[in-house]
Design a protein around this ligand. Sequence first.
Ligand SMILES: [Zn+2]
Length: 182
Amino acid sequence: MRCPFCHQDNDKVVDTRTSDDGFVVRRRRACCACGKRFTTYERVETTQVRVIKRNGQRVPYDREKLRQGLEKACWKRQISDAQISTLIAQVESDIDSMFETEVESQFIGERVMQYLGELDQVAFVRFASVYRQFQDASDFAKDLGEMLEDSDDTLFTLKPLPHLIPHLKKLRFPKTNKKRIP
Ligand SMILES: [Zn+2]
């Protein structure tokens, strides 16, 4: 690994540890030329599948988009970055084990809801608050898939379903979106 400071390719690893429940290996390195230290991360290559949207369009799977949606749902909850990373890794593992090249967005949505529900009910309800029109579990999953494809700005801007409002009133939302919540 080239040193980011002096660009010499001569370093030694001074510390190795795993994070994100073992999904990421972090190595602390010391440059033998200039003595400065830097860090590298090693992880399994992200799933290369394409996502089939409900309109049939294919787009590359986007981990960061998924992470952003989850971070909003988990805002100020007792959920660590590592837990979010683990959830994403679980979803990706499911995709990799069941699909070769393409996966429907609905599948991703269903898996996210399953794992998020196990992790934190408030985050689950926040995620659910995105949807105006779902009538049952399958509609819900469909809409989640759609949300994952669209701008993450939609997460708190849609009007929640009436039966979710009592739950939502107990929750705290990011300041910038506060006025949107009834
Ligand atoms: Zn150096």
